[in-house]
Design a protein around this ligand. Sequence first.
Ligand code: ZN
Length: 350
Amino acid sequence: MKILFIALLPLVLFSSGYRLITEKTLNYLATHPSLNSSLNTQNGALLDPIVTTLRPPSSPGAETVLAFLREHFRKLGDWTIELDEFQDTTPHGPKDFKNLIAFKTSSSHSRKLVLAAHYDSLVRKDGDFYGATDSAASCAVLLWTAQVLDDLISEKFADSLEDFGIEFIFFDGEEAIVQWNGDDNTYGSRHLATKWEQQMMTAGNRGSRLSSIELFVLLDLLGSAEPEMVSYSRTTRWAYDHLSTLEARLRSSKLAFSNPSKNWFVETKGTSGPHIWTQIGDDHLHFLQRGVDVLHLIPSPFPQVWHTLLDDKEHLDQDSVLDWGVLMAAFVAEWLELEEVIYANQRDEL
Ligand SMILES: [Zn+2]
C-alpha cells in the first residue's frame, strides 16, 4: 500500500434501490451462531485456514487457500465460480497469478455489487508473514457474508424481476514482489480490470463486464482495534454513510462486540473529510481509473502491525473482526433489499 494523491473527475452516481434493514434482522445477523465459529480469531472455521497459511503468489500455500475459497462457494451452491489465471512479468521474472471470482445474479445482465479483498500475502525475508489484517481477516469476512446471506440471496434472485447481482473477488498479487513501485504491485486487480473492460456482456447488449459493476467495495487492512474509516470518494459517500449508520445502530442497540473510544466511521454526515483527494495504492485503483464507483474500506492510519511480522492472528482484535462480519452482511442485505424476501415469506426465524 502506498499513499497517492489523485484528482479524479466526478463520476456519474448510479445507485439501485437500497433499503434499511430492521432491528430484527440486524439482531439476527449480530447474534447468528455461525458468526463466532466462523470468524473467531483463534480457530474460526473461515479465518483460520487463511490466516495460518503463507500465501505468496504461485506458492503451495496460495494454492491451498485458493482451494479453500473455491470449496466454500462450491458448498454453498448456485455460485458461478471463475478462476482468472494469468502470467505476468515481475522483478523475479515471469510468475503465475490466480484471481478467484464467485458470483450470483438474478439475470444475465445484472448490475452488480462487488466485494473484494486480496488473499495473497507479502514475502518477508526475515520471517513468516501471515498477513492477518493484510488481508486474511477481510477474506474471511467476505466468506461469512456470502454464507450467512446465501439462502436469502438465492430466494431474492429466484423471484426477482429486477437486475441484481453480487460478486466476490479474491485477488492474487496485491503485494509487491520486491518493492511497491511501478507495476510491481496489484497484479491480480490490474489484470482483471483490463480484462473486464474488454469483455462484453453476452446478453442484453449492456456494455462491458466492468460497466456492470454498480459499486466496488474493497476491504483491506481490517481486523485491528479502533480503525479510523474515512471516505475517499464523493461518488460513494452514500455507501460510506450507510455503513456509518449501521455501525451507529449496532452500537446503540448494544449488538456491537467492540467498544472503541469513537465510532469507526469517523466522518460526520453531510461533510467531506480531508481524505477526499487522497487515494491509497491498492487493488481498487485499476477499477477506479476505469470509471467504476469504489468504496475503499481501509483504515487511515494503517494498523500498527502493518507489514511487520506481528501481523498474525494473535494480534487481530477478535471483537472488531466479528463486527466487520456483521457490518458487511448488513450492508449487503440492505443493498440487495433482502428483507423483502424475509417478510414476503414471513419467516419465523427472523
Ligand atoms: Zn500489504
